[in-house]
Design a protein. Structure first.
Length: 113
């Protein structure tokens, strides 16, 4: 007799973008938009609360309210700040920015790191 165990499908999280994210993306060269959206979908729909090399909880919440950070793109130059609602299975993207050296720009505004 052979017993086959199957694992339940991974819980999928729905991505919800804050209304300000459109402004943030407008300040980033449009050639990077598809990469940003694709990476968000790949990285944050399943296990968005698992720390990886490019995904981590912040030591303190960002000024825009995100408690997690996803780094992506060439030289990890883009940053996505987000919150997780496990009960509703929802990831709320609150900010997307571009980092250059020690300067983070979100929607044209400069944030020091």
């Amino acid at each position: 007799m052979t017993i086959i165990l199957t694992m339940p499908d991974e819980r999928r999280f729905r991505i919800v973008y804050d209304h300000q994210v459109a402004t943030h993306l407008a300040s980033i060269d449009s050639k990077h938009h598809s990469l940003i959206h694709r990476t968000i979908e790949e990285q944050l729909t399943v296990q968005p609360d698992v720390e990886t090399r490019n995904r981590k909880p912040l030591r303190r919440p960002s000024a825009l309210g995100g408690v997690w950070e996803l780094r992506l793109g060439p030289d990890n130059r883009f940053r996505v700040f987000y919150n997780i609602d496990r009960i509703a299975a929802r990831v709320g993207v609150v900010a997307i920015g571009e980092k250059d050296d020690s300067t983070l720009r979100i929607g044209g505004e400069v944030f020091d790191l």
